[in-house]
Design a protein around this ligand. Structure first.
Ligand code: AQP
Length: 334
């Protein structure tokens, strides 16, 4: 099973990223043949950013992933911009992508509305580049959170359309990948506004728990979490705050929400649920934060590790690009 996923370079990865994506990466690295993970600096330049900071944030994210348990000997971990095949395939795939499809993507609509100055063409092309990231490796499985469903559907359509247009009858040049989301925690919500997803750019500061938060900060955020009327600790559509806390506690302890509901039957109120969720999240994240400090201090080692990863990534993506170019009639005949 070939696994691929990408993650944005920020030093502020949150609990949603951790449960929805990073933990799945760690679980996938021994199942993957291989498991390939990419820090998507080319995606990060689609909104306003500072060039000097971008490099720093790539190191931050690399250190978070290593601290979470990714092992470059058991997976391929690299920086997207080091492997030119991604940008090239993005352009080639644009020939089988309708501009209307890109225009309709919810993320593009939300993020373009939030831009104060330039809405870049890159922002429109974000899902195309994401499709290229995955398809360049013929990956079969893509571990992501629920929020990426629309992008995954587009990627699958692009792969199918490419094969129909350019592959010999009955054959596939690109693989149509499957999305993999965790059963619990596929969409972690903001603790202050539990009808919105926890998010790097769109969330509230008090409602967003960061992987690198100190235990005290985590406890404070859970203590202030918005809950709902009533006092029953059960998941229900009219209890978004309580449902989110149940999911977080279940995901952090790797149990089902039903078990949490059962355990919480004798609780005195929502306060007990908040304390239990905070404790479980501190236990989950504290070791990552501790390991992070040592790893982040050695930028040369991080750079070396990314460079080795990029070499391995190129070995896998270059032959796929050669097939794509050949099928499309681009460049000399092979
Ligand atoms: N709230 C979430 N619950 C579960 N999974 C989530 N993911 C993001 N938010 C949640 C998953 O995290 C992975 C990496 O995301 P990313 O770093 O590529 O995306 P991002 O866009 O920086 O993360 P955000 O918080 O979603 O940022 P905004 O809101 O600014 O765009 C992905 O697999 C994603 O599904």
């Amino acid at each position: 099973m070939r696994i691929f996923s990408g993650i944005q370079p920020t030093g502020r990865k949150h609990l949603g990223n951790y449960i929805g994506a990073i933990r799945q990466y760690v679980e996938g690295q021994d199942r993957g043949d291989p498991a390939i993970f990419c820090i998507v600096d080319l995606h990060a330049i689609t909104v306003a950013y500072d060039p000097a900071e971008l490099r720093e944030r790539v190191y931050d994210t690399t250190a978070i992933l290593l601290a979470a348990g990714l092992d470059p000997e058991r997976c391929i971990l690299f920086r997207q911009g080091d492997v030119m095949e991604h940008a090239e395939l993005c352009w080639l795939l644009s020939s089988v992508t309708a501009i209307g499809e890109l225009n309709r993507m919810h993320q593009f609509r939300d993020k373009s509305a939030a831009q104060r100055e330039l809405v870049s063409a890159g922002l429109l092309f974000y899902p195309e580049l994401m499709a290229a990231d995955v398809l360049a490796y013929r990956a079969q499985e893509v571990p992501v959170g629920e929020d990426q469903r629309e992008h995954l559907e587009l990627m699958r359509d692009v792969a199918r359309r490419f094969n129909a247009r350019f592959a010999p009858e009955g054959q596939e040049i690109l693989v149509v990948p499957e999305q993999r989301t965790p059963e619990v925690g596929a969409r972690i919500m903001d603790l202050q506004e539990p009808t919105r997803k926890m998010s790097t750019t769109g969330g509230t500061p008090e409602g967003t728990v960061y992987v690198l938060d100190e235990p005290k900060a985590i406890e404070k955020k859970f203590k202030r979490a918005v809950t709902d009327s009533g006092n029953e600790i059960v998941k229900s559509p009219d209890k978004p705050g309580v449902s989110n806390l149940i999911d977080i506690l279940a995901a952090a302890r790797d149990i089902t929400p039903a078990v949490v509901e059962e355990e919480m039957r004798s609780a005195r109120g929502y306060g007990d649920l908040k304390v239990a969720a905070a404790d479980a999240v501190v236990e989950l994240l504290a070791p990552v934060r501790e390991r992070y400090e040592a790893l982040r201090g050695d930028e040369d080692a991080l750079e070396e590790s990314l460079a080795r990863g990029a070499e391995k990534a190129r070995e896998l993506s270059a032959p796929v690009l050669a097939d794509v170019r050949d099928a499309m009639g681009v460049g000399p005949r092979r």
